[in-house]
Structure formats: structure tokens, C-alpha cells
Design a protein around this ligand. Sequence first.
Ligand SMILES: [Zn+2]
Length: 242
Amino acid sequence: MSARILMYHSVAYPPAEGRLKGLYVSPPMFRFQMWYLKVAGFAVVPLQDIAGPAGSGFPQTRTVALTFDDGYEDFSVNAFPVLHHYGYPATVFVVSDRAGATNTWDENSLGIRKRLMTWDTIRELSARNVFFGSHTRTHPFLTRTEKDHAREEIFGSKRMIEEQTGTSVETFCYPYGDCDPAVAEMVKEAGYRIAVTTNRGSVRPGDDPLTLRRAFIRYNTHPFSFFLKLHTGYEERKGRRP
Ligand SMILES: [Zn+2]
């Protein structure tokens, strides 16, 4: 029995000159994937519901949660209308100090500057079945950050998103998937119930809700590999557990 958390970044065409095309899914491919979830009978649930407390019946097979890292503006333009069409909830992890600005943490290394959603857009979408989670304030490698600073990244971003949206923030995403037991403990202390990594795999009964695995959907995830990620143990095998 397992459920899946799908990990997206940008829903857009990658620019020819940019690196890391894996961080994009094209709009037609995204539409196909959302359509497929419907025809294949998947239940798309909010991330915070995917790993319920013991006895709640979760995780369930043919259940997925949709997550979008970094909060790019293309989410509101290219992904949201499709999600809205199907009535799917989604979770977007925003870098709270950078809302309305750009991806300062990797724009030099990737050679591409991308716009991030403004607080106005975030507020508008949060009233329309989009949940906003924290991806820290500035997207650092948390295990390499001095402890007090790491705390401020984790606690401060939660506070800011809650103030801006008027909703409670229960989910967290480790920048670069970088986490260790001390960081996970701070995430727990801050009051997050669910946190996701970039480790590959599905959600299984007994998984730690603060280090959940995901299936990475990339530019080159063609329909056949999308099926494998949804219907088989493919991601589990790729992301061998310790
Ligand atoms: Zn990120």
C-alpha cells in the first residue's frame, strides 16, 4: 500500500540556453499528466492528507499529491488553470523572502533568472485550493547553515506565509533535499506536520512524515516513464532506502 507525491518545479518550456531542463515540464505534457491521473482513477489529495495518522486509512494506493517547488510564476499561468479544471488540490513551496522576485539562489549557476509569484498571486491562489508550504526564506543548504540562522529560515518563513495568506502552514520542503536529523527536528519544533525531501520513492505506512519521498517529474519524463512512476515500484527501486 503506497501513495505518491509528485515533484514539479516549473511548468513551462525550458529556455534553449538554460541548464537543468529537468526542472521543467512542458505545458502540454503537464496537461496530459493531469488528464491521465483522472482517467486512471487516481485520487489527488492535499499533501497534508497523504500520510495521515495511524488508522486513518492513509496512505492509499492510487492516491497522489502534487507538489511544486520554489513558487515560480509559471505555476499560476500554466499549471493552476489545469489543476482548477480537474479540481485538484496542490501544494506550492515558496521561498518567502523572494516572493515577487527571482530565483537568486541558483540563477547564476543555472544561467537563467525566473520570476517567482508575488504575494498577491499567492493570496489569490490560496483561496482556490492551492496550499502554500515553506521552502525556507532564502533557499540555503540547511545542514551547512549555522543553527540559529537555520532556525530563522525554518520558523521565519512559516510565520511570513501565515501572515500573508491568513492560513496555517503545515508543510515544508528542504531546499536541495538537504536535511539531517537536527534539521528535521527544527522543522518539527516549528510546527510543520509534513516535510518532503528529494529522495525518490513512494509514501508507505510507517514513513516518517518529516522526511517523505517523492517522484521527480522532469522534462524528459515521457508518458511511459510517468506510468512507471505511478503504477510500479520504479521510484522505490531508484531510491534505495538506507
Ligand atoms: Zn527549491
